[in-house]
Design a protein around this ligand. Structure first.
Ligand code: FAD
Length: 435
């Protein structure tokens, strides 16, 4: 990997997401050789992926080069590498570009879509976890309308304009809201010769309320906002299968659709060599103690979505969200410095700063530890927080300008089919969906 030997201990971080970057920043000026490995050369700001899928933002504005984040820091090395396996005995990381020895290893590989073994949905549905997947979805949505314009078959036309989003968490809610706004504000102008009033946006939630991780008032309000936008909210329905044309459920309800978006589950990204049953918790997450050490290892740590730290307040581990990942990265950074200095580490305590979701223009829900509010002010808070956490000054400016422009013009100008998404046969499609 062309990384020099150093007198400092070598810390390898796998993953330049929220957790990995926060950790690397904490360590970058310390007496440690930090090697960050990621299969992408950019940090992906996942909370805004739905805006890429719906033409509100260009992908470049939510991605940031990992090298630039840590430019100029001494003893820091980034390698574009796909980590394949951990040799815990030999303390080596095996990657597609070679092997590397570690003194300390931090797994921050995040999470991936969980289809719960349903191959129909995996092969025929769309996921939205990476930038390529969001671009695929953007293309598919636009291609559907182009195709709907051409067909004489009303049944087929309706299916092309029928969208089914599975999962009533923030991702499903935000995507459904954005599609409803496109239907209302953009489609009639873009496709005057198509009866776009027939377009349907269906949000299917297996539980009895949307945004189950938020307060009841936030759930109720989000549902009301969505219904106001014309989204069909289906609760207490579990999607059973999808064959590319028809979504079946555990009830009599069936959806004829060319587009199913699966936003109903995630699981940790596992790595071979660190996959013994005893160290895995629900959703494939690695069990860690309060110092982020993976069960059974003193020199291997895990943070972010991939880690499950049980506590009285969080018996299932911290939520798989950006804040826990960032706070864990910072805390581990401080602890690693203590470890290197021979001082005792401090246990991690998560400070819940609240959660939020946006439904659309002037419509968001915010739950802070002491206040809960919804509507226009919540929407401004949502925008401010997302701009604040977005990495890179340029990205913040570009996103801000885009939002102001879209707000004034009621528009989303990134509705471009740059990379056509062709529905393939099952095997090819599955390959194409991998990032
Ligand atoms: C659509 C969507 C919307 C979301 N919205 C919100 C929101 O509004 N608020 C919120 O708090 N959270 C949100 N989240 C969740 C949030 O993005 C995650 O919780 C957060 O990214 C977790 O950070 P992480 O550092 O654990 O992992 P990630 O940020 O996912 O980073 C993991 C990194 O590891 C790399 N990697 C994985 N495997 C390998 C490998 N084998 N080799 C090399 N590199 C590898 C990946 O390329 C990636 O860069 C959303 C997620 C999605 C998908």
């Amino acid at each position: 990997m062309n990384i020099p030997q150093s007198s400092f201990p070598r810390i390898i971080i796998i993953g330049g997401g929220f957790g990995g970057i926060a950790l690397a920043k904490k360590l970058s000026k310390k007496e440690a050789q930090v090697v960050l490995l990621d299969k992408h050369n950019y940090h992906n700001f996942q909370p805004l992926l739905y805006q890429v899928s719906t033409g509100g933002l260009e992908p470049d504005s939510i991605a940031y080069p990992i090298r630039k984040v840590l430019q100029g820091y001494p003893n820091f090395y980034f390698r574009l590498a796909n980590v394949l396996e951990i040799d815990t005995q030999g303390k080596r990381v095996l990657t597609n570009i070679g092997d590397i020895r570690y003194d300390y290893l931090v797994v921050a590989t995040g999470s991936e879509t969980n289809y719960f073994g349903n191959m129909g949905i995996q092969n025929k549905g769309m996921a939205m976890k990476t930038i390529p997947q969001s671009l695929n979805l953007r293309s598919l949505i636009l291609e559907n309308f182009e195709q709907a314009l051409l067909t004489d078959d009303l049944h087929e036309r309706d299916a092309l304009m029928n969208f089914v989003i599975v999962g009533g968490g923030p991702t499903g809610v935000e995507l459904a809201g954005a599609l409803a706004e496109i239907k209302k504000g953009i489609l009639p102008k873009d496709y005057p010769d198509l009866d776009t009033r027939r377009a349907q946006i269906n949000l299917v939630q297996s539980g009895d309320r949307l945004l189950p991780a938020m307060s009841e008032v936030a759930s109720r309000k989000a549902e009301r906002f969505l219904e106001g936008l014309g989204v069909n909210v289906w609760k207490n329905i579990r999607v059973a299968d999808y064959d590319g044309k028809c979504v079946t459920t555990n009830t009599d309800t069936v959806f004829e659709t060319a587009t199913l978006v699966w936003a109903a589950g995630v699981q940790a990204v596992g790595i071979k060599g660190l996959d013994a049953k005893e160290i895995l918790a629900r959703g494939n997450r690695l069990k860690v103690n309060h110092f982020h050490q993976v069960e059974g290892f003193e020199e291997i740590f895990a943070i972010g979505d991939v880690a499950q730290m049980q506590s009285d307040d969080f018996p299932e581990g911290h939520p798989m969200m950006a804040q826990p990942a960032i706070q864990q990265g910072r805390s581990l950074g401080e602890n690693m410095v203590r470890l290197i200095d021979g001082k005792p580490m401090k246990p991690f305590v998560y400070r819940d700063k609240g959660s939020m979701a946006t439904v659309g223009r002037n419509k968001a829900v915010v739950d802070l530890p002491k206040f809960k509010f919804q509507g226009v002010f919540a929407w401004f808070v949502w925008m401010f927080v997302h701009l604040y956490f977005l990495i890179g000054f340029r990205n913040r400016v570009v996103v801000f300008i885009n939002w102001v422009y879209n707000y004034i013009r009621f528009d989303r100008e990134a509705r471009l089919i740059i990379r056509p998404f062709k529905k393939q046969n099952q095997a090819d499609r599955s390959k194409l969906m991998q990032d």
